[in-house]
Ligand binder design. Structure first.
Ligand code: 9G3
Length: 572
């Protein structure tokens, strides 16, 4: 294609509102334009990249045996009422009415629609298993859309749904999708990790994994073992637990320890307490009150740890978990926030393993400006409910092999779930088995954030000012830049190269604009073609400069350049 025709407007300056590097590059390079918060137009360059991402997904999904279909974005609200999710989601679920005042939702996902489809289309076990997928626009009215395509309100997702006769079949479908995702993310040229995740709101009945692109901008924290294959989302990540009994036994007896109250005037936070008492945060028992499905409970973790609310929610099988507000703390403990403690507190106590293994600790006295010293877990408060209620942290050891854990930021690009019969039960979606009995489908669901993938690849492909797309998703594979189109030999050679490469069925962009070289190279850096051919003074002797992904320029003959390009394009 000739660049003078390309609908591509580059921006000179970095847009102020773009914090993420990929957001800046996609705006500056003329890949996307914002229409409203979290809602974008994909310009021709962006759309070329998205179509390549989609086609890689399609090839691998089809190769896995899944079949592509396409469901509507507008879904009858009745289906969401039938599944019970209509009231679970609040303002994030976009609702609308048609001309007859009938209610619909803009699909944020398609479990209800696909389950109602298969319910009516499949009645015999003979037609199972089946895996159906689509690549569709999704709508989620995020409270805080940000980072460009990384968190939008309208975005493109590949969502797949598998239907099996039983859990064994689901295991097979799940493993098939897991390995398909590994192939897909490798073909994107992404650095990624598959991590154990929390089934969360979707409430599946089994394991779930997230595929995370490693990137500092990522909202998720992932934990991986420095030695074995263990990897998990921080929400879910476990750590080697010191054995409470050993710890207490090794610390000697608790004879002669008796609790004492001390005045801590206006000393509320852990840090203030550490300074006031001149103790380590390891000696403190942090007591936090949570409202769990409208019931107040207390969670105890060591002073230097963070409560993991997902673990609390999962342990209690609760719908909602949130920190109690100041008023609730005051009413429950008789003291303002900062003085809560487990002794004499008439609430269910969830005690983290580390606190349970302490011989004694310092904690709030449930009295304003007072704390308790030498409190003994198991004696001064109950250890009936001890478990893992904290975030893994630097220094923790792998729960599998005991080696040290590493922490990374990640962007969630894929998510595979074992749903079980959650939706088939809710929608009475059953098949008839070999013995003539009606059984609910056993389902799995598998998502990839397609538009988010484009931003994640950009995040990982930026070197300084330059974006260099992997050749598998680049908008153009080769970018030919004649330094001066006025120079006959340069433009003639550039034209010839353009023709030869196009005949080799490569996607080539020829910068035929009458612009200064500096402008062309700068725009070239924004375009991010993995191969750039510069046609300059060497043209008269049939020499060009080849620049690959590493940015190094090498002079060579046209023939050698064509050979280098052919090799690189096969790496697709
Ligand atoms: C909603 C809204 C937002 C949502 C959902 C429902 C996330 C919702 C989870 C999933 C699970 C899987 C199929 C493809 C893979 C992911 N945000 N989820 O169900 F109504 Cl407003 O989407 N769906």
């Amino acid at each position: 294609m000739k660049q003078s025709q390309l609908f591509m407007s580059t921006l000179r300056e970095v847009p102020a509102e773009a914090e993420a590097l990929s957001h800046q590059q996609l705006l500056r390079g003329g890949y996307i334009r914002q229409v409203a918060a979290g809602i974008y137009t994909y310009l021709p360059l962006g759309w070329r990249v998205l179509r390549k991402i989609e086609n890689i997904i399609r090839q691998e999904m089809n190769a896995s045996g899944a079949q592509e279909l396409h469901m509507p974005a507008i879904q009858p609200a009745e289906l969401w009422k039938e599944s019970g999710r209509y009231d679970v989601y609040g303002p994030e679920l976009i609702r609308l009415y048609d001309r007859h005042e009938r209610e619909f939702v803009l699909g944020p996902t398609h479990e209800e629609v696909i389950t109602s489809l298969v319910r009516q289309e499949v009645s015999s076990y003979r037609k199972l298993p089946v895996n159906l997928y689509q690549i569709q626009t999704k709508y989620r009215d995020e409270r805080r859309p940000r980072f460009g395509l990384l968190r939008g309100r309208e975005f493109i997702m590949k969502d797949a749904y598998s239907f099996d006769t039983d859990w064994e079949g689901l295991d097979h479908s799940y493993r098939n999708m897991y390995s398909t995702y590994e192939r897909i993310f490798k073909r994107f040229g992404l650095r990624f990790k598959a991590v154990e995740a929390d089934a969360g709101a979707i409430g599946g009945q089994g394991e779930t994994h997230e595929f995370m692109a490693l990137a500092e901008i990522g909202e998720d924290t992932i934990v991986s073992c420095s030695s074995c294959e263990y990897a998990a989302n921080l929400e879910q990540a476990q750590m080697a637990v010191i054995d409470e009994a050993d710890r207490r036994a090794s610390a000697g007896t608790d004879e002669g320890i008796s609790m004492e109250k001390i005045a801590t005037p206006n000393v509320k936070s852990i840090q203030e307490l550490v300074e006031f008492l001149q103790v380590s945060s390891h000696q403190l028992i942090k007591t936090l009150l949570y409202k769990v499905d409208d019931k107040l409970i207390a969670v105890l973790v060591r002073g230097d740890r963070e409560v993991n609310e997902v673990k609390v929610k999962s342990y209690l099988q609760a719908e909602a978990v949130e920190l109690a507000d100041a008023g609730e703390v005051q009413r429950a403990t008789g003291a303002p926030t900062g003085f809560a403690g487990p002794v004499g507190l008439p609430l269910q106590l969830l005690v983290d393993h580390e606190v349970a293994s302490m011989l004694e600790g310092i904690t709030g006295a449930n009295e304003v400006d007072m704390h308790l010293m030498r409190v003994r877990p198991g004696i001064d408060f109950s250890l009936e409910q001890t478990g893992d209620f904290r975030n893994a942290a630097e220094g923790d050891r792998c729960p599998r092999c005991g080696e040290s854990l590493l922490f990374h930021r990640g962007i969630e690009l894929g998510h595979v779930f074992k749903l079980g019969t959650k939706y088939s039960d809710a929608l009475s979606a059953t098949y008839v088995d070999a013995d003539g009995r009606e059984k609910p489908f056993v389902m799995g669901c598998y998502g990839i954030g397609v538009s988010r993938v484009m931003a994640a690849i950009a995040e990982q492909s930026i070197e300084g000012e330059r974006l260099v797309w992997p050749i598998s998703v680049a908008p153009f594979q080769v970018h030919i830049i004649p330094v001066s189109v006025k120079d006959e030999s340069q433009s003639a050679l550039a034209e010839r190269l353009y023709r030869d490469l196009t005949d080799m069925r490569l996607e080539v962009l020829l910068d035929d604009r009458d612009e200064r070289a500096g402008v062309k190279f700068k725009d070239g850096d924004l375009l991010g073609a993995p191969i750039r051919i510069i046609v300059g003074r060497g043209a008269v002797s049939g020499e060009v400069e080849f620049m690959g992904s590493d940015g190094a320029k090498v002079s060579m003959s046209v023939a050698d350049a064509l050979e280098r390009i052919r090799e690189a394009s096969l790496a697709n």
